[in-house]
Design a protein. Sequence first.
Length: 732
Amino acid sequence: MSETEPADYCGYEWPTDCERVDIQTEDPIHQSCCLRKSVKDAQRCVWHVQPGETEHKTVSALAARVSDELAAQTSVFDKLPDGAILSGLEIKDKISLTRKVLRGADLSDANLKRADHSGAFLGRANLSDASLHDADLSDASLHDADLSDADLPGASLKRANLSDAYLRSADLSEASLHDADLSDADFWRADLSEASLKRADLSDADFWRADLSEASLNNADLSEASLNNADLSDANLSDAYLSDASLHDADLSDANLKRADLSDANLSDADLSDANLSDANLSDANLSDANLSDANLSDANLSEASLSDADLTDADLKRADLSDASLQSADLPGADFWRADLSDAYLKRADLSDADFWRADLSEASLHDADLSDADLWRADLTDADLFDADLSEASLNNADLSEASLNNADLSGIYGYQANMTGVDARNATVGTTSSVPLGSSQSSGGSTDDDTPTPKYGVSRDAIERGLVTRHDVTRYYSYPDFEDAVYENADLRGATFTNARLYQTNLTNARINAETTFDNQTGTTIYERDQTLDGWFTETTDTNAEAGAWVHRRLERLQKENALSTESRESHVRKQEAERTHHRRLADWPPPLTDRDALTTALGHWGRWGALTLSGGLTRHGESLRRVVAWSVGVIVGSALLYPWVGGIYSGSRDRLFRFVLAEPCCPGEVLTTMGQSLYFSVITFSTIGYGDLAPRGFGSQILVGVESLLGAVLVALFIFVLGRRTER
């Protein structure tokens, strides 16, 4: 007590006599000294005396003094009972502190149930263990107040100022805190379940292990708040601002975070299963090891977010922006990436099995060692993507763009790649198994697309029919064509059992690729797509004059590949198809009639005609050096044909018999003579064809002599061709 104060006055000094306040930090202007009269049996006034020290400190006595001794916030602060001691009192609704100033008051253990303290100024007050059940503290200022272990269920704290308040272990379940200022407040282990915190300012607040389950936090500001290990299950955080907030190991299962801003937030190890994060901003957020299974992330912004080792099983990521995001070793089986942006994303060792990437952008993404088995990549953009050692078995790549992608060591067995663009693909050491026409299932369509959100089947084949399995894959085969592998690299790739039907293989690098008899190419059943479709256009036209020339290149490369893999029958077929494609190529370039006025053009035309003629003759005689049967047939034909002609063009003379074997129309012959003549003629034809010439028979007449010369020449040529074809067959 000051020496100048009367002895019967209280003399309580603020903040000197208040143990909870640091005197060094208190503003000197706001210091005060109580000049109220002391009660009869104590040295302090009724406001500052400890309960139990006097019989005059009752709730009714205090209630009678409120209007006279407690200043309103609009009054001159000349009656401030700073540091008033009301601890343990059963105040309830008997005292109203509406708009009153009670700075630094001690209300610990007080019963304030259903009390009306709206607009009260309770800065630095001690409300620890107080009961404020259903109390009205709306618009109250509780700045830097201590509400630890306080009981506030159902309390109304609308627009209240609780900045820097201490609310550790406080019970605020079902409390109304919307529009309240709770910045820097400490909610350590507090119970805020089902509380209303709409538009509340919770920036920098500490919610460690706090229970916010089913709380309403829409439009709330939680920027830089600490929510580590907090329970936010089923909470409504739509449009909430959580940038830079820390939610490590928090439970956000089933929470509504629609349009929430979680940029730069730390959500590592958080549980976001079944949460709604549609349109949320998670750019640069840390979601490593987070559980996002079945979460809705449609249209969310996850650019540059870290999702390494996160669980996104069956998550909905439609139209999500995952550009530059890190999803290393993330678990994403069955996730829906419909039209999502994954450009430059890091998905090394991620599990993407059975995921839906319909029209997704995976350009330049890193999918090293990723599991994409059974994934649907229909119309996905994988240009320049890194799929080294990735598992794409049974994946659907129909209409996908894999140009310049790296598929080194990738498993491509059973992929569905109709109309896929694999131009410039590097698939060295890749494994490519049997490729089906089209998979059946709910995630597939029968081909074609529109500008709508879902693929539309062509030719009247409904998607429902495919889903129910009413249409077989063979029925749907014709809807897909021309998978593009031009300039792709399949060096050392395992292509055993792969199907390249209708594939564009011009300039495809198949060096040291492994194939077997089950590997299907167009040339085994007919011409290449280049030869069949004259309207086909593309990169190959830059280095070829006709589509048939591109087809010839493909056949030539396949011939070599099949020979390297000891597939002699297939290699022979490729050679024949190559020669036929070249014949077609020269015929298309040969002008008719030849341009007689232009010498260079005439030379070029004659060259094409000459090459076409040589290939036509080669094909007709030996099937381009591959058919012994055809050479033998021609030889027999020449021998028999010549034998039939000899008796009619002059006959054959036998010197030993002095007899001429010939037929004359005017002279009838008996059957025996006909047989004898034909027998001698056939014998003569054989020795003439084989150029043996025993000399016992000789041609008689000019016609027979000409025929002998022609047959001898043809015999020599056909014998040489026979030896040539036999040598080629033996070599293969």
